[in-house]
Design a protein around this ligand. Structure first.
Ligand code: PLP
Length: 389
């Protein structure tokens, strides 16, 4: 019994860090049934409400009729089919990059890009609040790995001065647990001035940010020279599944030749690519979704300030409420659930110790009335857990 799993699990439970999976008994949307209870959810990453969009669903169904359900093989063998190829071309055009490469998940896209670009003798510098997949990618690469202070160009600059070999600077575009934007104009200029490449993972920016949903690079008008390696994921605002890396012809060919997480895995089902082609079209053209979302964000922040909640510096649909203590974050989440609202408590190690929070996320499908329900419930529940107040 050398593994002693029971002790590990008990320890995690005692620290209020035990994780459970709510069982969703229907499609994504504001109104869900979870573990038999009807709830109003504010925790999905389906920011634009495309995961259950009838046209996207129809595109997937039609795709399955035409292309079957399995990818069949890796892209390099016989798994690269016409819908995958069309989606790559559409994503290249959408991002304004020469080429894009499709992956089955964002986790794999990040492992692929970092490990194909840097290795022993090189350097990878990451924001300390980067997504776990980026941190894992940095460690797996074998390059010298160092984290700079969150969104801090001075801290990055010091590390760049000590870097050796090819140097890759890696940042989330929109930080997934805080909702704030990377200060890319400054960070990219810093990286460029020292000959380093910038890689941005904009999993949460594509869709909500930019006039046509083109994410943080559209928001800040950053080109290929500023951000040579651009990653997007398709399971969030796109509402489907998968991810992409966009960049130069040479970058994409390098990934196809050398990125093991690209080469040694089966392609995603082509029907999923058919669905994403449709969701990309909806994401770009239905700008009312972004406009409504921005109204909800402004109203939530105003309402939360009146209640005295500690919000983060976020202009995005990710609007965390900082609680601090894990147990109190769980209590607040449970109080809201008793009032019919689902908001997940995010605890360490997903966020730094002492910064447990309720990660409120908003969707274009939330109504203003639903948002008021959340604010009313928070006004009632917050004083019950916030003993300092
Ligand atoms: C969700 C997420 C990923 C992982 O993407 P998946 O497609 O879910 O594997 C990568 N990076 C960031 C910043 C994310 O939020």
């Amino acid at each position: 019994m050398s593994f002693n799993l029971a002790a590990r699990l008990a320890e995690r439970r005692a620290a209020h860090l035990y994780r459970q999976r709510p069982l969703l008994e229907g499609p994504q949307g504001p109104e869900v049934v979870v573990d038999g209870q009807a709830l109003l959810a504010f925790c999905s990453n389906d920011y634009l409400g495309l995961a259950n969009h009838p046209e996207v669903t129809a595109a997937m169904r039609a795709g399955a009729e035409r292309w079957g359900v399995g990818g069949g093989a890796s892209h390099l063998v016989i798994g690269h089919s016409t819908p995958h190829h069309q989606l790559e071309e559409a994503l290249a055009e959408f991002t304004g990059r020469p080429r894009a490469l499709l992956f089955s998940t964002g986790y794999m896209a990040n492992l692929a890009a970092v490990t194909a670009l840097v290795g022993q003798g090189d350097t990878v510098l990451e924001d300390r609040l980067n997504h776990a997949s980026l941190l894992d990618a940095g460690l797996l690469s074998g390059a010298r790995f160092s984290r700079y202070l969150h969104n801090d160009a001075v801290s990055l600059s010091k590390r760049l001065d000590g870097a050796s070999g090819n140097t890759l600077v890696v940042s989330d575009g929109v930080f997934s647990m805080d909702g704030d934007l990377a200060d890319l104009p400054t960070l990219c200029a810093e990286a460029r001035s020292k000959g380093a490449w910038m890689m941005v993972d904009d999993a949460h920016g594509f869709g909500p940010l930019g006039a046509s949903g083109g994410g943080i690079v559209e928001h800040f008008r950053l080109g290929l020279d500023d951000v040579p390696v651009l990653v997007g994921t398709l399971g969030k605002a796109f509402g489907t599944a998968g991810a992409f890396v966009a960049g130069s012809e040479e970058l994409i060919e390098t990934l196809i030749q050398f990125a093991r997480p690209y080469i040694y895995t089966t392609s995603q089902p082509p029907a999923v690519a058919c669905a994403t082609l449709k969701s990309l079209e909806v994401l770009r053209t239905e700008s009312w979704r972004r406009e409504h979302l921005n109204k909800l964000i402004a109203r939530f922040r105003a309402g939360a300030a009146e209640i005295g909640l500690s919000l983060m510096d976020s202009p995005t649909p990710i609007q965390p409420i900082l609680v601090g203590d894990s147990e109190r974050a769980l209590q607040l989440s449970a109080l809201l659930m008793a009032r019919g609202l689902l908001v997940g408590a995010i605890r360490p190690p997903t966020v730094p110790a002492g910064s447990a929070r309720l990660r409120v996320t908003l969707s274009a499908l939330h109504s203003e009335v639903q948002l008021e329900r959340l604010l009313d419930a928070l006004a009632e529940c917050w004083p019950l857990v916030n003993h300092d107040a």
